[in-house]
Design a protein around this ligand. Structure first.
Ligand code: ZN
Ligand code: ZN
Length: 185
C-alpha cells in the first residue's frame, strides 16, 4: 500500500492551480494526490481580538472529518489568516507524523503586502508550503539546506528563496518513510 495524499480545499484557489500543486506533491512523495473540497466551520476558529483563525481548532475539526488510515495524509488549503498562540501568524501547521496539515494562502499573496497581484507566484508559494507541511506529516524536521523546501520560512521572501523540491537528504528520508509505511501495511 503506497501513501495516498488528499489536498482538501476550503479556499478560492482555482482547480487547475490545485492540480499543478498536486503534481508537485506527487513528484516529491511518489504517491497519488487527490484534490477534493472540504467544508470547515471557520467561525468556530475565529479569534475576534486577533482577527485571525486558530490553526489548532481547524486541525481538530479536520481530524474529526477524515477517516485516518495508516498511509493517508490530508492537507487543507484555506484563505484565512492562521495563528497559533505563541506566534503572530503562521503560513501553515502540520501534525508531525500525523495524518493532517493545514496551509493558508492569506500571506502568500502579494496583495497582502500591498504590491501588485501575481497569481503565478502565489501558486508556486502555495506548492512549496503544501510540500513543506506534508513533509512534516511524513516525519521530516526542518532542514538547513538553503534551497530545500523543508527549510523553515518566517517571511514570504524566504519561501521565494527555496525550491519546491527537497534536498537529496530529505528526499532519501521521504523514500525511507514511504518504505517503512509499506512494510507495516
Ligand atoms: Zn515547518
Ligand atoms: Zn532538506
Amino acid at each position: 500500500v503506497t501513501a495516498l495524499i488528499h489536498i482538501l480545499t476550503a479556499s478560492h484557489v482555482a482547480g487547475k492551480d490545485l492540480a499543478t500543486i498536486a503534481r508537485a506533491a506527487e513528484r516529491t512523495f511518489a504517491a497519488p494526490v487527490q484534490v477534493e473540497a472540504i467544508r470547515l466551520d471557520l467561525d468556530k476558529a475565529f479569534d475576534a481580538s486577533r482577527s485571525q483563525y486558530s490553526s489548532g481548532i481547524l486541525l481538530a475539526e479536520i481530524l474529526s472529518q477524515i477517516s485516518s488510515t495508516t498511509n493517508e495524509k490530508y492537507i487543507v488549503v484555506v484563505d484565512v489568516d492562521l495563528y497559533i498562540p505563541v506566534l503572530t501568524f503562521i503560513f501553515g501547521e502540520a501534525q508531525f507524523r500525523g495524518p493532517a496539515a493545514i496551509v493558508s494562502t492569506h500571506r502568500l499573496s502579494n496583495l497582502f503586502y500591498g504590491i501588485p497581484n501575481d497569481k503565478g507566484k502565489l501558486v508556486i508559494r502555495l506548492a512549496k508550503e503544501v510540500v513543506h507541511e506534508l513533509g512534516h506529516t511524513f516525519g521530516l524536521y526542518h532542514c538547513h539546506q538553503f534551497e530545500c523546501v523543508m527549510r523553515s520560512s518566517t517571511y514570504v521572501e524566504e519561501i521565494d528563496l527555496k525550491r519546491v523540491e527537497m534536498c537529496a537528504q530529505c528526499a532519501s528520508l521521504i523514500h525511507e518513510a514511504c518504505q517503512t509505511g509499506m512494510e507495516k501495511a
